[in-house]
Design a protein around this ligand. Sequence first.
Ligand SMILES: O=C(O)c1cc(=O)[nH]c(=O)n1[C@@H]1O[C@H](COP(=O)(O)O)[C@@H](O)[C@H]1O
Length: 266
Amino acid sequence: MFTKNSLDQLILSKRTVLCVGLDTDPMKIPPCITGTLQQRVLEFNQKIIHATAPRCVAFKINTAFYEAMGHEGWYILMKTALYIKEQYPSAFLIADAKRADIGNTSEKYARAFLEEMPFDAITASPYMGIDSIQPFFKEGKYIILLALTSNKGAMDFQLQPMADGRPLYQHVLQKFSDHYDEDKLMFVAGATHGEILKVIRSMVPEHYLLVPGVGAQGGDLSLTLQAGINSAGAGLLINSSREILYASNAENFWEAAAIVSEKYGI
Ligand SMILES: O=C(O)c1cc(=O)[nH]c(=O)n1[C@@H]1O[C@H](COP(=O)(O)O)[C@@H](O)[C@H]1O
């Protein structure tokens, strides 16, 4: 079970804010790994996890990559999550599923990822409102809400001003942080919006920020660290997926992954 304080302690003791994104694409697994789909993906994931675990505080499994593998994908997802929990129980484990629906449906999503599967947190979209998020608040679990995403489409709605002149993402930050404290809720804030991260940090000084968009998407790491670290010297999980997973195609690919992971030390 994680709280803001225990996450702060984890980051300060490991001296890193890295969240390794396990967005595993079978087409990109190095050719030295052979076997069935299950064998290849599991071996690849285990080698990446083993190499990066000493250099990160969290793993984020993007469920889309596993759902795209068909029925075997759910088995591989579960096996990967269990492997992390068994081998590295101190790591914070995120299901990047981006869910949320009417209450009874959200309840099923919450059960799937936070009870049937051993995730500590799930990503969710705020669009359907507070009641769609409520079922995810299980004892000791985090919900990570999309506030300002890293993609260009953040301009389409999230950055658009509302009637009071403030952009939509600020309403999301305010409404949800008023309802849920920093031991239950985090926000996603992309690293691709430069100085806006400072505005987000000032609006939610206590809540954790999950920041994707560095590495393959080109966000500025030093600006992200400067803007996102909280008063305790933590408060931030910076996700990197492709940059780490596919750092090398060689037989010792996991060594290259470990080297890239070092960038996220604090
Ligand atoms: O919720 C997320 O994790 C997320 C939100 C966002 O705004 N942007 C974003 O890239 N992500 C996820 O973060 C990961 C980024 O992957 P890389 O660009 O390969 O580091 C992917 O799993 C994305 O789905």
